[in-house]
Each structure stands twice: as C-alpha cells, then as structure tokens.
Design a protein around this ligand. Structure first.
Ligand code: GLU
Length: 419
C-alpha cells in the first residue's frame, strides 16, 4: 500500500507516469528511483546549560548525472529520510526543467531551530558541516538555504568548510551574504520566479490582472517575497498567512503594511489587524475565495480532504510538495491548473547557479543582469513545459517531469553505467 503522505512514494508515482507518457524503457529511468548516496549523521551539540545533546542530520544526493549535486538544507523537527530523499529527487528534476548543469541533493537536521540559542544553532551548523564535509564541495555538492535556514547559516557552513581547507571557498554554498560571495538577487529569487510564472500562466489563460485575486500561504523567504512582488505588479492579494494563522480581506490586503508589521513583530503576523481584515485558519486560507492560490510553506498542505473545497482556479507551488497525490488528482479533475514546484519555485536554484558561477570564476555581476537572466530562464522553461502540456494533453506537473526525465534519461544513456 502506498502511503499517501510519503513524499518519496509520491515522487515515484509521478515519475512512473511521466516515463510511460514518454514511452521510455525501464532501463532508461530506473536509476532515478534510487538516490546515489544517503548519509545520516549524529550531531553532538554542547548546549548553553552544559548538557550534551545529539541531533540527527541527513544529506541525500539523488543524482549527479547532469552535474554536481545541488540543493538546500532544512532545519525542521519533523523531517525524516523519506522527505529528504523526495526533496533531493525534486532538486534533480528542478535543475533539469530549468536546464542547469546540476544534479539534485537535499540535507536536513531534525531540530526546531526556534528552541536553540544563536550559539547552539551555530555550533550545530558547524558540526553538521564537518560531518557532511567529505561529500560536499563546489565541484561535488553545493548546499543552499531551505526551510528555516538562511544566509547567516550558509555563512557558517562556508566558514567551516573554508577553515578546514585553509583558504576561502565561497562556491561550497549558495545563498550566502553578499559580503562573503553571495549574489545580488539571490534572496528574492525564489519569490521572483514564482511571480514570473504566475504572470505567465495568467497570460496563457487570458485572465486579466483586475480579475485576479491571490492568496499566499507562508510569509517566509518565498511567500513574503511573492506577495510583495505580485502586490507591486498591481495584483490584489486577498489572503496571507504564517504560523499564527491567516488574514483575509476580499477587497485586498495592504501588503507593505503587513510586511512592516511582520518585521516589527519578530517575523510574526500574530495580532495583525486592519479594517476589513478577517482572521481565518490556515485551512480556510487554502479554501478561500480566490483565483490563484500560492502555497509557500511546507509539503502536504493541500490534501485529498481539502481538495474538493479549494476554490482557486490556479495553484502555483511556491513550496516543495505542497499538494498530495490524492489532492492533485481531485484538483486535475476539477480543472484546476497547477504549476508544479519543480517549475514554479525553481527561481531560487537558478540564481544559486548564477552565484556559484560568479564564485568559481571570481566575478561579480550587477543585480539587473541577474534578474534579467532569471526572467529569461523562467519564461523559457514555462514555455517548454506548456508545449508538452499541449502536445501530450498532460498536466503541468506531468509535463514538467517529462521535460526533466527526458533530459536525465539522455544524460544517463550518454554516460553509461560504470564500470
Ligand atoms: N532550497 C531551494 C529549493 O528547494 C533552493 C536550492 C538551491 O538553491 O540550491 O529549490
């Protein structure tokens, strides 16, 4: 029996479907079912009170067929190996969809970082880096931020790796601060990419800006930036949410005011009020009256139980894996268009690639050059997926997998099996 919430099983189902639609032979895509390497580590951390605590960490490298492995590191209390395996595979597909010369990886530490002091968080990060050190590096596997990790944490990883090698190696991670080799435009890149493909799908479906009400789940790096950029482009954002709950106003929310409140309250929307704004639950946000729903939080948010009540005509997956397989089927039947994560949120890794290229070539580029390249890549990739949607009468998800798998199968065939 397939566990409907096991993201790795879900990935395998879509992989199988896309491979069949492409008419691939089992040998052509079998390798994509097996991550190349899974590393599990125990991380000892001296806590501020003198106790020694152990945390579990993982790094999974799914594929290096098209280039070095690439993917974020997340800190989350409920993370497990199947989640990390699925996230690593999605990175492989994501990099192939947007045609970056990378494979896919993902890392995680099972921890609630809000329960650690800054010092504990730094010690945890540095020790985790030491534990995965043999398998990472600019030419092997390049981590980046993901859920609950940020530029500061990437800086600690870069420093630890560099100290152990004896010289600065900025290309070991992306999403760093500008001062140590980070790229202009990286912090906003995922949200910028989400806003670009949202514009593309609305154009394709002939839906005007005036008739578009958007709800965004999550106020982190992806959701916050997406809401801000779409608001600046003139879209009506009717709902936003964070861990404290959701905030809804059919007439449109004042996103700059919400963001100022969020920043002033230590990155929380708790207690936010304004005329016309109704506080609703996270579930109510996902099923609220809107045209475009953009989940930018965690996986498995839009479930089979919720899918029937979803009113949005378009879902743009800012998060990785926010829609379960069951929900995906129901929503497809209802005629909802879903732009899948491996296309919609690829902007982050696109600019990570640009950061890495600047690092290994010891160059720095202007922000408009980076944003322009990102836009070009997102629009080109959207167009390529759309062509497959039309040609094969496939959903955007299956079409994006088809685009990725065809490239990966070719790469695997060309390289052959060693020895
Ligand atoms: N964590 C992000 C993702 O899931 C970015 C990965 C990267 O930049 O390597 O796409």
């Amino acid at each position: 029996m397939v566990d409907k919430y096991n993201p790795y099983e879900n990935m395998l189902q879509v992989l199988e479907l896309a491979a069949q639609k492409l008419g691939l032979k089992r040998n052509d895509y079998e390798s994509l079912k097996y991550p190349e390497r899974e590393l599990k580590v125990a991380i000892p951390v001296k806590m501020d009170n003198g106790d020694l605590r152990f945390f579990e960490g993982y790094r999974v490298q799914h594929s290096s067929d098209r280039g070095p492995c690439k993917g974020g590191i997340r800190y989350h209390e409920e993370v497990d190996i199947d989640e990390v395996k699925a996230l690593a595979a999605w990175m492989t597909f994501k990099c192939a969809v947007v045609n970056l010369p990378y494979g896919g990886a993902k890392g995680a530490v099972k921890v609630d970082p809000t329960k650690l002091s800054k010092g504990e968080l730094e010690r945890l990060t540095r020790r985790f880096t030491t534990s995965i050190l043999p398998i990472i590096g600019p030419e092997k596997d390049i981590p980046a931020p993901d859920v609950n990790t940020n530029a500061e944490i990437m800086g600690w990883i870069m420093d630890t790796y560099s100290m152990l090698h004896g010289y600065a190696i900025p290309g070991v991670v992306t999403g760093k601060s500008i001062e140590i080799g980070g790229s202009l435009g990286r912090a906003e890149a995922t949200g910028r990419g989400v806003s670009i493909v949202t514009g593309e799908i609305l154009k394709h479906l002939n839906i005007s800006k005036e008739n578009t009400r958007i709800a965004v789940q999550g106020m982190g790096n992806v959701g916050g930036v997406t809401a801000k950029l779409l608001y600046e482009l003139g879209y009506r954002i009717v709902g936003v949410s964070d861990i404290s709950g959701a905030y809804y106003n059919p007439a449109g929310l004042d996103i700059p005011a919400i963001q100022a409140y969020h920043a002033a309250s230590g990155n929380s929307l708790e207690g936010y009020t304004a005329v016309g704004v109704k506080k609703i639950s996270n579930e109510e946000l996902l099923t609220c009256d809107c045209d475009v729903l953009i989940p930018c939080a965690l996986q498995n948010q839009i479930t089979g139980e919720l899918a029937d009540s979803v009113k949005a005509k378009i879902i743009v997956e800012g998060a990785n894996g926010p829609t379960t397989v069951e929900a995906d089927e129901i929503l497809n039947e209802k005629g909802v268009t879903i732009l899948p994560d491996i296309l919609a949120n690829a902007g982050g890794v696109v600019v990570s690639y640009l950061e890495w290229v600047q690092n290994i070539q010891e160059l720095t580029w202007e922000e408009d050059q980076i944003n322009e390249t990102l836009k070009k890549v997102m629009i080109r990739s959207f167009g390529q997926v759309l062509d497959i949607v039309k040609e094969h009468h496939a959903s955007f998800r299956v079409a994006a997998y088809m685009l990725a798998i065809s490239k990966l199968a070719k790469a695997r065939n060309i390289r052959g099996v060693f020895p």
